[in-house]
Write a protein that binds this ligand. Structure first.
Ligand code: NAD
Ligand code: UDP
Length: 319
């Protein structure tokens, strides 16, 4: 029996990952009871080690492709490898994590009447032919390519969220997250910010895939987590899908140059083959989030990169 009914019990799947660990930290700081569920596929215990002494924090090793029976008030479903090299390592498992994982958290939400948040992605827009991307754009996704396990898995998860909502009245919050970076990204996860920062700190050449003219819009993790909390706290009529990301767009070459400048590195730019289905441009239209949640990112790319560089610098020294 619970003696403190005002404390919310919040479950975070993928809680030991990059974004999940920042979310757990923030939820604890707000006074919630947090259950972190993770199978450590790409997450690490080190990401949540500093939270373990908190009596409101509990960790469970569990694979979300299997059902889970717990009592909770809110669920954030983040479990899924997010970096292309990680989700392409075992693509069948990636689709299972998205689809079976969604079915399991939605079933749990249906039984417990919990609100449930889905970490969807800008990848549902594929290689977009509409720019910037708004939520009503249906996307341009290859169903059979190397990125499809992730893109189509996340699209199917969105379908499940909306069908559970319509069919069973489950309260859903679907966020489409655009490229987010910050401390606790995996040194080897292959995503562009961690790659460039680590290469610059090691004095290695910076690997630009293609000619570096493709664009992305980079959001710092703290800004994104603020958006998560505001979306979860919004009225039940706000289901999403809602774009969450930083709308300031950069070419990948510009990002490389900024990282080199901030690190003070002597790294050269080298050009490698562009991976298949690599989107040419990506920029969120966040007017829906602005209007509904009064939310927009506050941390500039340079400010966020300085914090991220500090984190990787320390991690590499301890290697
Ligand atoms: P991450 O790889 O650091 O985190 C994913 C977490 O999920 C890890 O802790 C991993 O161990 C866990 N996980 C994977 N499979 C699992 C399973 N079967 N059962 C339980 N746990 C499992 O990646 P991240 O960047 O923190 O991404 C978190 C979520 O946000 C993902 O769902 C991702 O698709 C989404 N997202 C992230 C970004 C971004 O730029 N970081 C962009 C769009 C969407
Ligand atoms: N990229 C790059 N060099 C790297 C890693 C990535 O040029 O070392 C490019 C990649 O081809 C893509 C962009 O950076 O165009 C963002 O890649 P990331 O894997 O971070 O995320 P995506 O948005 O493609 O899922």
């Amino acid at each position: 029996m619970r003696h403190y009914d005002s404390i919310k019990r919040v479950m975070v799947t993928g809680g030991a990952g990059f974004l999940g660990s920042h979310l757990c930290e923030r939820l604890l700081a707000e006074g919630n009871d947090v259950l972190c569920v993770d199978n450590y596929f790409t997450g690490r215990r080190a990401n949540i080690a500093h939270l373990l002494d908190n009596p409101n924090f509990e960790v469970m090793r569990h694979d979300v492709t299997f059902p889970l029976y717990v009592e909770v008030d809110e669920i954030y479903n983040l479990a899924c490898p997010a970096a292309p090299i990680h989700y392409q390592y075992d693509p069948v498992q990636t689709t299972k994590v998205s689809v079976h994982g969604a079915i399991n958290v939605l079933g749990l939400a249906k039984r417990t009447k919990a609100k449930v948040f889905q970490a969807s992605t800008s990848e549902v827009y594929g290689d977009p032919s509409v720019h910037p991307q708004k939520e009503d754009y249906w996307g341009n996704v290859n169903p059979i390519g190397l990125r499809s396990c992730y893109d189509e898995g996340k699209r199917c998860a969105e379908t499940l969220f909306f069908d559970y909502h319509r069919q069973n009245g489950v309260r859903i919050k679907v966020a489409r997250i655009f490229n987010t970076y910050g401390p606790r990204m995996h040194v080897n996860d292959g995503r562009v910010v961690s790659n460039f920062v680590v290469q610059a700190l090691r004095g290695e050449d910076i690997t630009l895939y293609g000619d570096g003219s493709q664009t992305r819009s980079f959001c710092y993790c703290d800004d994104l987590v603020e958006g998560f909390l505001r979306l979860m706290a919004s009225g039940d009529e706000v289901t999403g899908p809602m774009n969450l990301g930083n709308p300031v767009e950069f070419t990948i070459k510009e990002l490389a140059e900024i990282v080199i400048e901030l690190v003070g590195a002597k790294s050269k730019l080298i050009y490698k083959e562009l991976p298949s289905d690599d989107p040419k441009q990506r920029q969120p239209d966040i007017s829906f989030a602005k209007e509904t949640l009064s939310w927009e990112p506050k941390i500039t790319l340079k400010e966020g990169l300085v914090k991220t560089i500090g984190y990787f610098d320390e991690s590499l020294r301890n290697e």
